[in-house]
Ligand binder design. Structure first.
Ligand code: PHE
Length: 476
């Protein structure tokens, strides 16, 4: 990307461990600056967690089960990352590499909220209208009654109430009595619309727990518009790998040892064609810290202790392919996400391929305990459980027209073993690993402040290659 360039030609050899987003970005940027890079990747494909599953793909798991995707043509499942915020450097790489992007609908008022205890799911627009409406009423009336007089002048009060009237659609009486914002049973057309009926009382709205669902997109990471590469998230890692050059990347190469030698590093691996050793001036290790720690190395006790600090987090997704886009046809949901407190957590509707014949839903995207619970099951059982949960929201049609499904439990993925990491605190260990251990540098989203985003891996990669390049250019 235009704002980032290593100036001057670096003449050194770098061995990069891992062909995920961090490793590929390192090799790509170093390659542009004249370095000779070799990338070793343990899995049989590049991309790491940037995994897009298509028909014919095999998805092995540590449990021993291997799924074979039966998806139809044009159907894909982003099993890892799925959305990109506008401010993220990921979009600069898409621009530079010519990867076309399209909007990803992260927030759809027509999607549902469904929490345990609800009689039926509620559209997000309805939940939002009721919550905002009642909150506006409470605050406006408290203001009117003088409860906030110590904080507000008469002018403040007037302006606040004026805003709250808009915010909650509460009228001159400052009372929430429902609003067209809730949506309709039958939407207006040639005839007047049929309203949904009256909102539930305030206490019921509060008890329904829709607060999380109507605020998930408030943060800077989740705000609309968000984006996705056209045709699958792996377009980014594919483009990076093409730019690096297939001849510089060895897949199926499992690193067995990392050691310093005079003026360099030596990385031993077991590869598709037997054992090998790569000698280089520098190494950039982008493996997950919990796996890197297990590889024999000479990093020193402090670095080894630091690698044990970040803890892997479990997450899982299932991509269910349907022969009919019933969410568009019957529910009028075009992209977006349904929020639920069930163990599936979310249902993602596709943000592309509208009105096509087939389509793929993400039937769960869960983390921690819920992800572990699904991960322990064989794939067929995961699907069964996901369908039973989704049926509570969408009814019986959720089971009809299922064509096939693939599920990924990230904590069970070979050479990955986690969806991302959590730092108990980003203290001394974090800063230590941001510096090299001798000639070995560390990079990855786990070393950034954007964990679980490709942008974190890219930013970390850029920081590391900058430091490495500065060292090469100033070393005698
Ligand atoms: N980036 C991932 C996602 O958007 C995980 C994540 C979720 C990270 C929410 C931060 C906040 O689903």
């Amino acid at each position: 990307p235009s704002d980032f360039r290593l100036t001057g030609r670096g003449a050194a050899k770098v061995v990069v461990l891992g062909a995920g987003v961090a490793g590929l970005t390192c090799a790509y940027e170093l390659g542009k600056a004249g370095y000779e890079c070799t990338v070793l990747e343990a899995r049989d494909r590049v991309g790491g967690r940037s995994l897009t599953v298509r028909g014919g793909d095999e998805v092995p798991e540590l449990s021993g089960e291997t799924q074979r995707a039966e998806y139809g043509e044009d159907v894909y499942f982003n099993a890892g990352p799925g959305r990109i915020a506008q401010w993220m450097v990921t979009l600069d790489y898409c621009r530079e590499l010519g990867v076309p992007i399209e909007p990803f609908i992260n927030n759809n008022a027509s999607a549902y909220v469904y929490n345990t205890g609800m009689k039926e799911p509620v559209r997000i627009r309805t939940a939002r209208a009721d919550l905002y409406g009642y909150i506006a009423e409470l605050l406006a009336k408290a203001t009117d009654a003088g409860a906030l007089d110590r904080r507000l002048t008469e002018d403040d009060k007037e302006r606040l109430v004026e805003f709250l009237r808009r915010f909650g659609d509460i009228g001159d009486k400052l009372t929430y009595e429902g609003s067209p914002r809730r949506g309709f049973a039958v939407y207006p057309g040639a005839k007047e619309g049929t309203p949904l009926g009256d909102p539930a009382p305030l206490a019921d709205v509060l008890a329904s727990g829709v607060g999380r669902a109507v605020t998930v997109d408030f943060g800077y990471e989740q705000a609309m518009p968000m984006f996705q590469p056209v045709g699958g998230m792996d377009a980014i890692v594919t483009a990076l790998a093409d730019a690096v050059g297939a001849d510089r990347i060895t897949t199926g190469a499992r690193v067995t040892r990392i050691a310093h030698v005079s003026d360099g590093v030596e990385v031993s691996y077991r590869g598709p064609e037997g054992s090998g050793v790569v000698r280089a001036d520098y190494c950039i290790a982008t493996l997950p810290p919990h796996l890197l720690a297990k590889i024999p190395n000479d990093f020193g006790a402090d670095v080894r202790a630091a690698l044990a600090v970040p803890r892997p987090v479990a997450a899982g997704k299932i991509g269910i392919e349907y022969g009919r886009r019933w969410w568009e046809l019957e529910d009028r949901i075009y992209g977006g996400i349904t929020e639920t407190d069930l163990d599936i957590s979310h249902i993602w509707y596709p943000s592309h391929g509208y009105h096509g014949r087939r389509g793929l839903l993400v039937g769960y995207y869960n983390t921690e305990e819920n992800a572990l619970a699904y991960g322990r099951l064989p794939h067929r059982e995961r699907l069964r459980r996901a369908l039973a949960q989704g049926e509570k929201i969408h009814g019986e049609k959720y089971r009809r027209d299922v064509l096939s499904a693939v599920s990924v439990a990230w904590e069970r993925q070979p050479y990955i073993e986690g969806a991302w990491v959590r730092w108990p605190s980003r203290g001394a260990a974090f800063s230590l690993l941001q510096r090299p251990a001798g000639r070995v540098y560390f990079a990855g989203d786990w070393l950034s402040h954007l964990i679980a985003w490709k942008a974190g891996a890219m930013e970390s990669a850029r920081q590391v290659v900058t430091a490495l390049h500065r060292r090469v250019m100033t070393e005698p």
